[in-house]
Ligand binder design. Structure first.
Ligand SMILES: *[C@@H]1O[C@H](CO)[C@@H](O)[C@H](O)[C@H]1NC(C)=O
Ligand SMILES: *[C@@H]1O[C@H](CO)[C@@H](O)[C@H](O)[C@H]1NC(C)=O
Length: 432
């Protein structure tokens, strides 16, 4: 059986940046820009039905409008003088392909003499420099029979919107209208709130929110933004805060050396804990980082490396080292609140293969991940399909069904739905 695990060095592997971090700074377009008096569009009467306080707005040519997917997108426009301005798309214009109809205010930054009427510009899509969360608005007249919902204040264009009703597992795709609303599918007769909403950006970020009621034409404040976790290492991965009790155990050093249920070796770090079976998720909890707040308001950051089969949901069994940062051992049990946060890690994800891994079978775990790992898929060179690898309860992903040799591509998906693609070129046992 697998006794020894070997850490595979990634020195020879180029670790791809997460796909979702791919720059939006895509191709440059060249076109003609005109200008318009943007006040009506800024009041929400443009094709995108997006109101704007900021006059730096633009109408996009029909040929570039992508059935309103460009709405809310930010573009950087450079004029003949070399000046640039960033504008957001709130309208469609009757321009030729790659042409823009700029607000007069933004046109002036590129060409102060508006009597020119139209100028040559180049432009490209950029990340919107915005603050706060994505908000939502239902179309006027929305009800459980018929509704449309739009996302407002998103950093990247929205590629997809889905919803899921309580007590169901299926996500339902909403249909994008050309006025920048996502509509309830007519194939379903009624959809009632509350429901979960899931937005995917064009570059792969996912935000999930809860909608409590279908309220016509009112701003509904959301709780997330595309790509937020990338800006702030301590941000919460999962919005839930759990309440429970902390217990403690002696001998955490043994677990931290790799004998815990997660088989994670923390390299001597004893800020660790064991997760209740109810939230263990077939070892998906392994390696996740948790911020635990004790009864006195003190907090400690721990990593989950073990399973606490006897703990009720909400409880965490902490190492004595972690427990004593929050309370006294004499107390035995203390009240805690906790939430999953991003781990602060140096460097890239690593793959730790079981010794003896070969094309006949192999098993590996992911080490040094910033967010919990949801799934792993691999794609052997020359094949078109990704193969999901099943997660084992001991926090390894196993391939033992087919003959799969190196090299293969690997796709790691985090619980935040961030995706990282990598390549495995050899099994560690074949390393010198
Ligand atoms: C720009 O917008 C104005 C106002 O909507 C419109 O009259 C004009 O025709 C537009 N220009 C182009 C080139 O579509
Ligand atoms: C905490 O972990 C220790 C060591 O595994 C175990 O003996 C103890 O029962 C656990 N506490 C609870 C409440 O399950």
């Amino acid at each position: 059986m697998f006794l020894v695990a070997v850490i595979m060095s990634l020195a020879t592997m180029s670790v791809a940046e997460p796909i979702c971090e791919e720059s939006l700074d895509g191709p440059q377009f060249q076109g003609r820009a005109t200008y318009f008096h943007a006040a009506p569009a800024m009041a929400g009467n443009g094709a995108c039905m997006l109101a704007s306080d900021d006059p730096m707005v633009v109408g996009m040519a029909g040929a570039n409008y992508e059935n309103s997917q460009v709405c809310g997108e930010c573009i950087e426009v450079t004029g003949p003088q070399g000046n640039s301005v960033v504008v957001s798309v709130i309208d469609m214009c009757g321009c030729e392909e790659n042409g823009l109809n700029l607000s007069q205010e933004s046109f002036r930054i590129l060409e102060s003499d508006v009597s020119f009427g139209s100028i040559d510009v180049t432009w490209r899509v950029v990340t919107c420099d915005i603050e706060g969360n994505i908000n939502y608005r239902f179309l006027d007249g929305s009800s459980k029979w018929w509704f449309g919902i739009q996302a407002i204040n998103h950093k990247y264009p929205v590629a997809r919107m889905e919803l899921r009703q309580r007590r169901t597992n299926a996500w339902i795709d909403l249909e994008r209208s050309n006025t920048n609303f996502f509509m309830k599918p007519t194939s379903i007769s009624t959809i009632e709130a509350p429901f979960e909403l899931r937005l995917t950006s064009v570059n792969g970020y996912v935000v999930t929110d809860n909608i409590d009621a279908i309220q016509s034409d009112e701003l509904i404040e959301g709780t997330g933004q595309f790509g937020n976790c990338r800006d702030n290492y301590d941000c919460t991965i999962d919005e839930r805060t759990y309440s429970g009790e902390a217990t403690f155990y002696y001998g955490a050093a043994t677990a931290a050396a790799g004998s815990g249920a997660c088989m994670i070796n923390t390299g001597g770090d004893l800020m660790i804990g064991a997760m209740t079976a109810a939230l263990w998720d077939e070892s998906q909890a392994c390696g996740e980082c948790v911020e635990v707040t004790g009864p006195q308001g003190d907090t400690v950051f721990i990593q989950i490396i073990d399973l606490c089969a006897g703990c009720p949901e909400g409880d965490i069994n902490l190492s004595t080292d972690a427990f004593t940062q929050l309370g006294n051992l004499e107390d035995g049990r203390i009240d805690i609140e906790w939430k999953v946060v991003e781990c602060v890690v140096d460097g890239n994800i690593k793959y730790k293969f079981k010794d003896g891994s070969s094309k006949w079978w192999f098993a590996f775990q992911i080490v040094d991940h910033r967010v919990p790992i949801k799934s792993i898929a691999i794609k052997p060179d020359g094949q078109d399909t990704w193969i999901d690898l099943p997660r084992q309860s001991f926090n390894f992903f196993l391939q033992g069904v087919d003959v799969i040799d190196v090299p293969f591509a690997i796709r790691v998906t985090g619980t935040t739905d961030e995706v990282l693609e990598d390549r495995i070129t050899r099994f560690p046992s074949s390393m010198a």
